[in-house]
Design a protein around this ligand. Structure first.
Ligand SMILES: C[S@@+](CC[C@H](N)C(=O)[O-])C[C@H]1O[C@@H](n2cnc3c(N)ncnc32)[C@H](O)[C@@H]1O
Length: 281
């Protein structure tokens, strides 16, 4: 039951502008990610240590099956498939799943099944239950209550949801990006994890929240390469290129692998275990 705040409606209101932060007007979420797939894949696959650490927090067992909602290019699906019995990778973007399949082939992974569909479109009962259901920065849904209820009912052991916790991100990056043509909707309303957590409580699901500090290093062979990647990833218009160049040159430092940028951010992990018996006092 909603209390004074209807978290489901609040989510709809604050996400009505779209889910991709810098997408082109009128572009749906699947085509947005289709056009971003190659660049995204290149960026995230450079940092396997972060994915391995994230997967380690799940406590996956070798007999378990995992449903990865919004699996993208398999950043987590691939390390999870190395531990679990099998992974079902659902994503609405054909381009992201094409990269995932290439990554599987490169890594010799055979226990991932892909499903190209949006989470809203997947009917309950269309696929079998999985031990673990996970979503990592991938809840591009307008009907949050319905989507969370589906995650809950399709999981046998546990559900894990990861979202960025600090919307301002780090060290002036968000401020720089906000100077661009988009990003407006991303700065209104409470952070996603607070809405998800409170809505779950209204639904009778008492989840845990863990805030994790991540540090990562991004490597570039030159300033030109960094500028090109950032321009593409964040759709920064050509007229802001000199500003972007100046901004990035202030962030990049020389390292033995070329130029390096250290980034920090906070990620929230919201999780709940299914059917946990109460302990006695
Ligand atoms: C930022 S990427 C994250 C990918 C991956 N989970 C990771 O952590 O690297 C977001 C992905 O979620 C997918 N996605 C977002 N909302 C979705 C939905 N409602 N149904 C299916 N896929 C969705 C997008 O297509 C995109 O591939």
């Amino acid at each position: 039951m909603p209390g004074i705040i209807n978290w489901d409606e609040l989510w709809k209101a604050t996400h009505a502008g779209g889910f991709h932060h810098h997408g082109r007007d009128g572009q749906d979420l699947a085509s947005h990610w289709d056009s971003k797939a190659r660049g995204f894949n290149k960026r995230v696959m450079k940092n396997p240590a972060r994915a391995t650490n994230q997967v380690a927090t799940l406590g996956l067992l070798s007999h378990e099956t995992v449903l990865d909602v919004g699996a993208g290019t398999g950043r987590l699906a691939i390390p999870m498939a190395r531990i679990a019995r099998s992974v079902t990778a659902l994503d609405q973007s054909k381009g992201m799943l094409a990269c995932l399949e290439e990554n599987m082939a490169k890594e010799g992974i055979e226990n991932i099944r892909t499903i190209q569909k949006s989470w809203e479109e997947l009917a309950e009962g269309e696929i079998e239950l999985h031990d673990v259901v996970l979503s990592s920065n991938s809840l591009g849904v307008l009907n949050l209550r319905e989507s969370l209820a589906k995650m809950d009912s399709m999981a046998k052991r546990a559900v894990y949801i990861f979202t960025f916790a600090d919307r301002r991100r780090d060290d002036g990056f968000a401020d720089f990006l906000r100077g661009g043509k988009r990003a407006r909707h991303h700065f209104g309303g409470p952070a996603d994890y607070l809405v998800i957590y409170n809505l779950l409580a209204d639904m009778g699901i008492f989840a845990d929240i863990k805030i994790m500090n991540w540090q990562s290093s991004e490597h570039y062979s030159s300033l030109d390469e960094a500028v090109a990647e950032w321009k593409e990833m964040h759709e920064i218009p050509a007229e802001r290129e000199p500003e972007l160049r100046e901004f990035l040159s202030g962030k990049l430092t020389e390292s033995d692998q070329g130029l390096c940028m250290h980034r920090h951010h906070k990620q929230a992990m919201i999780s709940w275990q299914k059917d946990q018996p109460a302990s006695e006092h």
